[in-house]
Design a protein around this ligand. Sequence first.
Ligand SMILES: *[C@@H]1O[C@H](CO)[C@@H](O)[C@H](O)[C@H]1NC(C)=O
Ligand SMILES: *[C@@H]1O[C@H](CO)[C@@H](O)[C@H](O)[C@H]1NC(C)=O
Length: 216
Amino acid sequence: MALMVRILFVILFIGFVASDPNPVQDYCIAVTDSETYIPCKNPSLVTVEDFIFSGLNSTGNFSETGQAVLSVNVNNFPGLRTQGVSLARADFEVGGFALPHAHPRATEAVCVLEGTFYSGFIDSQQKVFAKVIEQGDVIVIPRGLVHFHKNIGEIQGTLLGIYNSENPGKSMFPTAAFGCEVKEELFEKVYGLSAEDISKVRGKLHLCGKAEAGFN
Ligand SMILES: *[C@@H]1O[C@H](CO)[C@@H](O)[C@H](O)[C@H]1NC(C)=O
Ligand SMILES: *[C@@H]1O[C@H](CO)[C@@H](O)[C@H](O)[C@H]1NC(C)=O
């Protein structure tokens, strides 16, 4: 019996140490040249400034949907590396909205700092969880699920999103659903739309002919 317990312990322990951390980016092509692969700054060069980010005290640039997002993640704040957290400030003009999107690597807690929003997400059973939320309310968006926010109030609104990943990623639902590089025939079949309709949708969403999708 004692031996079985010990074996079980060993198996559990191996399971523990042998598991990989979750990916923190969409992909990572390994750099095998050890001279160029430097994962962390030399600790003796680290200062308090490496742990400070400034710039969330103003709004970003508003998109066509009336949303301005300032993301603070490992890509612009290297101090977050390996800490499993990041955040974003999103401001919305009256009537402004976030296009449906998902964060593949993070659960998000969204706090309404200002304003009134219609917010929600859709689970993998297609069930919709959506509600009007107001200043001081927090909605949790489970990891990877498509979600949305719309400012339905009379004033500009502000959301603060907190993610449990240094690099949550952002999959835009419209980009995935009408992506420019995907052959039109596929979407014609999926949606029962004509090629013309599809290019109309793509045009509206600026999916083609721009380096980035028009909306953030
Ligand atoms: C935001 O804070 C920075 C310092 O961190 C300051 O230089 C800047 O003027 C502030 N901007 C606004 C709009 O308050
Ligand atoms: C907003 O737009 C200006 C002008 O295009 C650009 O210089 C600036 O970096 C943008 N700010 C953000 C936060 O993207």
